[in-house]
Design a protein around this ligand. Structure first.
Ligand code: 5AD
Ligand code: SF4
Length: 468
């Protein structure tokens, strides 16, 4: 058993990164057996699940959407907020019940939660029916853990990890759009955030490996890649001086893959060079997710965000000026320790100024071992919920306003999949990342088509294919 120690995370900065290559050599010994995989959390977890699927498939398992018919349940967990914990434990109760009926059922828990030492202990003490516990750094060990399944709960979680593996294989959810990891971990240590503890220090992949993955995807017919990292525009800061996200993006743009996106950007690392690259290449989509978190300088400082409201606004205006038609979304936390009504009003004020295309809004949730968890969580839940409601009302108003600007316009939409809401319909995204449900478009899935927008709601658009 290898339990993680969250306090170690700060020391990890000095640790050397090893660049290694996965060897894949599996026997399909579970041929005919079924697995059920449930994924919680962010895009990083969604992409990790694509890696998990590859291993399970290689062992002979096939996927089922019906947990009751499965021989193996894998839960890929999220630790970002307490409600992610609650949802997970609720679901684990169902797994326990299933195991009573089928004692041969294997239950495996992975992802960010086991990276927290208290979770590993809780699983051991209170949920002994869980067979396998693994973390974010050793997904590749899952086949070994399943093959050697022990009688007692087997916890294998790497607490310190300085490895970057190449030759990672995936069974991707889509044949049209693909996630591409460009880096792992985060060095920012925002005071509320558990990610640097669960995902480790920043480790960038080498540029040539990323570009060759994109080239491979393009050859397979993929239309879009999303470059993935907790803090993508800090890419390369842990490599040589010449490596930067602007350079990487230039190289990826030159592959001529039709669409390139990237998430998530930190305002502190957004350079002018990067803005120039985004505006120069038409296959880099004019969409930026740029979390602000709060509009109060006092709270931003307490959060350790490294920028002021004024600096954020300067960057925001630069992006709007230099990248024509860019859409910008953000993340906002309400109810951070010591956030007064005045601080919250400053957040509303920034939302009024920026009029974001959209925002993911959250109630602050104290996370174990983060500096903010030692600050007084001194805003009542009622107050936090009330602030969230007020914020969402404003955010939704601007989302709707932006969407209404699309009415009667013809826009390019990459169609991703069937849309249940419309007969023969398909859904897709504009260059600016607006979700569009398109009528009679099922035959065009996988293509970028011209769509005339006929209806606009807060969270989606409707449209029809425009034949030119
Ligand atoms: N409480 C609430 N929201 C959080 N986020 C990260 N940590 C917390 C927390 N402890 C939000 C931030 C981040 C997004 C992914 O999740 O807004 O940008
Ligand atoms: Fe967490 Fe993002 Fe801050 Fe990193 S930059 S610590 S992932 S909020």
């Amino acid at each position: 058993m290898n339990l993680p120690n969250m306090q170690e995370a700060k020391i990890r900065g000095k640790q050397k990164v090893n660049y290694l290559k996965h060897e894949h050599n599996y026997e399909p010994v579970f041929k005919g057996k079924k697995f059920f995989l449930k994924t919680y959390g962010c895009q990083m977890n969604v992409h990790d699940s694509e890696e998990i699927r590859f291993y399970l498939n290689s062992l002979g398992f096939i996927e089922t959407q019906d947990m009751n018919k499965s021989d193996l349940v894998v839960l890929n967990t999220c630790a970002i907020r307490e409600n992610a914990h609650d949802k997970f434990y609720g679901f684990l109760g169902r797994c326990k019940h299933l195991k009573r009926e089928n004692p041969d059922l294997i239950i495996a828990v992975g992802g960010c939660m086991p990276q927290q030492s208290n979770v590993a202990t809780t699983l051991k003490e209170k949920h002994p029916y869980v067979d396998i516990v693994f973390g974010t750094h050793n997904i590749h060990e899952l086949p070994k853990l399943i093959l050697e399944k022990k009688k007692e709960q087997d916890i294998e979680v790497y607490s310190i990890e300085g490895n970057v593996y190449e030759n990672t294989q995936y069974i991707r959810d889509s044949k049209i759009t693909a996630w591409v990891n460009i880096m792992y971990g985060c060095d920012k240590f925002c005071t509320y955030c558990i990610v640097p503890y669960t995902r480790g220090k920043q480790r960038s992949r080498h540029l040539k490996e990323i570009v060759s993955e994109v080239e491979e995807l393009k050859k397979k017919g993929y239309q879009e890649v999303t470059l993935l990292g907790q803090n993508v525009n800090a890419y390369g800061k842990d490599l040589s001086k010449d490596e930067s996200f602007a350079n990487l993006l230039t190289s990826v743009a030159k592959t001529n893959i039709p669409r390139i996106r990237f998430v998530t950007s930190h305002p502190w690392d957004f350079t002018d060079d990067l803005i120039d690259v985004i505006s120069k290449y038409p296959n880099i989509m004019p969409y930026i997710h740029l979390p602000i978190q709060s509009g109060s300088n006092k709270i931003l400082k307490l959060m350790g965000r490294r920028y002021t409201k004024e600096e954020y606004l300067t960057l925001f205006n630069k992006l709007k000026t230099k990248i024509p038609g860019v859409s910008i979304t953000t993340d906002i936390i309400v109810g951070f320790p010591n956030e007064t009504e005045q601080d919250f009003l400053e957040t509303l004020d920034v939302v009024n100024t920026c009029q974001f295309d959209g925002a993911y809004t959250f109630i602050y949730s104290p996370r174990e071992a983060t500096p903010a968890s030692k600050m007084p969580d001194n805003i009542s839940l009622e107050e936090k919920e009330q602030r969230l409601r007020r914020l969402n009302e404003l955010v939704n108003k601007y989302s709707l306003n932006h969407n209404q600007e699309y009415l009667k316009k013809i826009v390019k939409v990459l169609l991703i999949d069937k849309c249940e809401k419309e007969e023969n319909g398909a859904f897709g995204y504009t260059e600016t990342m607006k979700l569009v449900n398109v009528k009679d478009a099922i035959d065009y899935i996988g293509q970028i088509v011209d769509v005339e927008i006929t209806d606009a709601k807060s969270f989606s658009l409707n449209g029809i294919i425009k034949k030119i």
